[in-house]
Write a protein that binds this ligand. Structure first.
Ligand code: NAD
Length: 484
């Protein structure tokens, strides 16, 4: 399907900026969908001014009033589930059901935001006789969110409901590879009754991101994307004394023990490394096979063979990404790894110009290979054979990343031993994609997250608010001592 040229969304207006644009392509067919503006400083300036102007009146509403918008927004996400999922699928290349799961998660985080009045009721205490202290959460002001290509509906919604319900105004800079969903979300927020200027979109690439980091009118920056860019955004925003939370890339290890349930392990691991064509920060990347787990590996190959590009598996985001993924496989093979399942050269009839890699399992890799250490971000599972669980833990712990890790076993004691020792923010037992559901928060450790706290759930409330502590005395007759 062809879409009209994408506009920015500033102060409630969809405006087409002058200047350079970039092609937006449906990666599953290679067809041109539309063009996205590569905005410059002027557009960012307009968006910051709009947000600054609108924010005080929004902050002046009570939290209970503000969340009413998000009750309606959640209903709209559900009513438009099919349309929103199709849009994600077209611009990103994932399957319809994967896209629908993303929209469902957006509704879930919105539901969490609707519960904020219950969650953040402040605290009051009489701290000295006749003297009370109370605390309130106050919005930070104007916040900016920079998002990646792989979840064009969900990742913006990790931040939108919580940040806005808490009284902030936002500027979103979506991925230039998948910019369509964001504009539809802006329209739905408007329909839900969000005042103009509270949610703005400035499309673009590096120039806008750098502008966001530097702009004195932006108080906080959240980023989700690769570790390379997360580090840039974190350092550059912090140098301007902003609050910043930057989520980066991942290299997730699954530790499989010989007593693991064969079928459950095989199906969970297969789903983890092939879902969203491996383009998710929670995807399994390295399986640390402890001892003899050949039966499980054989079953895993059978499961992975059932996953067919173009049928129950989507495409890779671009030709460049597809080639990068295939190079990792080819390099590992040349270095002696054994390819158990080869997805290179996958073709989908009728979609010859799409970008596909089929499920790939690379066995007998060694810890020093690039495929063992770097983020591949494709449907590739590498198997590293180890003799003991402690050897597996040493390899997991040596990774600079720390997004997710999981253990597969039927022993509660072994599961506890592993979970206590892996160095990752989101861990799982017998589950391949251990995404915490609300109210638990989403966020990794180490080079997968720069800043403090997580991006969703209760943990994110600290990021989107400042805590004001007030001490009150109304009794002039009370004697003053050093504590009052
Ligand atoms: P990316 O880092 O290339 O892009 C993310 C954003 O940064 C985009 O909006 C892009 O326009 C901008 N950007 C790109 N290069 C830039 C530069 N040099 N300077 C300033 N801005 C720049 O990431 P991507 O390819 O869109 O997404 C995939 C990556 O995101 C993977 O590494 C994946 O693990 C990560 N990711 C992490 C999480 C998480 O929660 N930790 C979630 C989703 C994706």
């Amino acid at each position: 399907m062809k879409y009209p040229e994408i506009t920015n969304f500033i102060a409630g207006d969809e405006s087409l900026p002058k200047g350079r644009t970039l092609e937006v392509v449906n990666p599953s067919t290679g067809q041109l969908l539309t063009r996205v503006p590569l905005s410059g400083a002027e557009e960012l300036e307009r968006a910051v001014a709009a947000a600054k102007q609108a924010q005080p009146a929004w902050q002046a509403l009570t939290l209970k009033e503000r969340v009413q918008v998000f009750f309606r927004y959640k209903n709209l996400l559900e009513q438009h589930r099919e349309e929103l999922s199709k849009l994600v699928s077209e611009e990103n290349g994932k399957t319809f059901s994967e896209a629908a799961a993303e929209v469902d998660k957006s509704a879930e985080v919105t539901e969490f935001a609707c519960s904020l009045p219950q969650l953040i009721a402040g605290e009051t205490e009489e701290v000295s006789r006749g003297v009370e202290c109370y605390s309130q959460r106050v919005p930070v002001g104007v916040v900016a969110c920079i998002t990646p290509f792989n979840f064009p509906n969900m990742v913006p919604n990790w931040t939108i409901p919580n940040a806005l319900a808490l009284g902030n105004a936002m500027i979103l800079k979506p991925s230039e590879q998948t910019p369509l969903s964001a504009n539809r979300l802006a329209q739905l927020l408007q329909e839900a009754g969000l005042p103009d200027g509270i949610f703005n979109i400035v499309h673009g690439a590096r120039e806008i991101v750098e502008g966001i980091c530097d702009h004195p009118g932006i108080d906080a920056v959240s980023f989700v994307g690769s570790t390379k860019v997360a580090k840039i955004v974190y350092s550059r925003s912090a140098a301007r004394h902003k609050r910043v939370l930057a989520l980066g890339g991942a290299k997730n290890h699954l530790i499989v023990l010989p007593d693991a349930h064969v079928d459950m392990t095989a199906s969970n691991v297969a789903a983890s490394f092939t879902g969203c064509a491996g383009q998710r920060c929670m995807a399994a990347s390295v399986m640390l096979a402890v001892g003899d787990v050949d039966v499980i590996i054989d079953r895993l190959c059978d499961e992975a063979r059932k996953i067919i590009p173009g049928k129950n598996m989507g495409s890779i985001i671009s030709e460049q990404s597809r080639d990068r993924i295939m190079n990792y496989i080819t390099e590992a093979e040349a270095q002696g790894a054994k390819i158990l399942l080869d997805g290179r050269g996958a073709k989908v009839p009728g979609c010859e110009n799409g970008f596909y890699v089929g499920p790939t399992i690379v066995d007998r890799i060694s810890p020093d290979m690039n495929i063992a250490c770097e983020e591949v971000f494709g449907p590739v599972l590498s198997i590293l054979r180890v003799k003991t669980v402690d050897e597996a833990l040493r390899i997991e712990n040596a990774s600079p990343y720390g997004n997710a890790a999981a253990v597969f076993t039927q022993s509660g004691g072994m599961a506890k031993y592993v979970i206590e020792r892996v160095s990752a923010g989101m861990t799982g037992v017998n589950i391949g994609v251990p995404v915490p559901r609300e109210p638990f928060s989403f966020g990794g450790w180490n080079d997968s997250r720069f800043g403090v706290g997580d991006i969703t759930g209760k943990s994110s409330l600290e990021f989107w608010t400042k805590l004001k502590k007030t001490t009150v005395k109304w009794n002039p007759e009370a004697k003053t001592n050093w504590m009052s």
